[in-house]
Design a protein around this ligand. Structure first.
Ligand code: DGL
Length: 269
């Protein structure tokens, strides 16, 4: 097998994609990873799709400039908004997206009632409607839009976000739901607040990491890396602190990168 020590680039609006980072690192511990959290512009959940596409396009461009050999759009909202657009614009690099795991949920449910915790944009997307029609057509799918949790998590308030999540779950029409899908990468860090013996809780991490591994093996681009590097459009100290807490390891290399949205130029500061 060939060796390619260029890094994998993973991006999200903020900290959510770190749940994908953990899954990728666990399946491919030697791969170097660049992580980009667009903290200054988080949350994406209710923003205009054209704004989200522009941000993600610029971040992918930045990561490719840092020699990323594969990109993971570790954000359901950004994926359903523009995965085809990103792939068209960057045909030379494989781009993996993250979407709610409706295929697995559709196979797993016995009650034929599934709930998805997600952002408003993901819930309203035609991408998700297509997934439901394809994989869960005979199921009742309840969407619980929890955009507020993203903001709370971005502030590092895990317990506050957890309590808000419990509230959403109590208010939602979840009677008979036996599969709960975490349709936002942020919510994986709140898994302990979703405990309820009557449902299974699914997230996309393992499947996405498997897909990344498959592409790397098929293209013979496995590599051996240095320590991961973290980039944020927000404050690098605050980012390193909260991200380090979430991934349970100290973040030594975190850099602030200002990518403006008002021109085609990328400004590094
Ligand atoms: N982590 C994100 C997702 O998977 C985005 C959340 C947000 O920025 O609103 O959808």
């Amino acid at each position: 097998m060939g060796t390619d020590n260029r890094p994998i680039g993973i991006l999200d609006s903020g900290f959510g994609g770190l749940s994908i980072f953990l899954a990728v690192r666990s399946q491919m511990p030697t791969e170097p990873i660049l992580y980009f959290g667009d903290s200054k512009f988080a949350p994406y959940g209710k923003k205009d799709p054209s704004f989200i596409k522009e941000r993600v396009e610029k971040i992918i461009n930045f990561l490719i400039g840092q020699e990323a050999k594969l990109i993971v759009v570790a954000c359901n909202t950004a994926t359903v908004t523009g995965i085809d657009y990103y792939r068209q614009n960057f045909p030379s690099v494989p781009i993996v997206g993250v979407v709610p795991v409706l295929k697995t949920a559709g196979k797993m449910t016995k009650s034929n009632k599934i709930a998805i915790l997600e952002t408003t944009t993901t819930a309203r997307s035609s991408y998700q409607t297509n997934l439901i029609n394809k994989f869960a057509a005979n199921c009742k799918v309840v969407s619980v839009a929890c955009d507020d949790l993203v903001v709370k998590l971005e502030n590092g308030d895990l317990e506050v976000a957890g309590k808000a999540l419990e509230n959403h779950l109590q208010k939602g029409n979840l009677k008979d739901v036996d599969v709960l899908v975490l349709g936002c990468t942020h919510f994986v860090f709140l898994r302990k607040f979703t405990q309820n013996s009557s449902w299974r809780v699914l997230d996309s991490g393992e499947a996405v990491a498997r897909q990344v591994k498959r592409i790397i093996e098929n293209n013979k681009i496995a590599g051996f890396g240095r320590e991961s590097i973290f980039f944020t459009s927000g404050d690098e100290k605050a980012f390193a602190k909260i991200a380090g807490f979430l991934i349970k390891s100290e973040i030594k290399n975190c850099q602030r990168v200002g990518i403006t949205n008002d021109s085609d130029k990328i400004h590094l500061s």
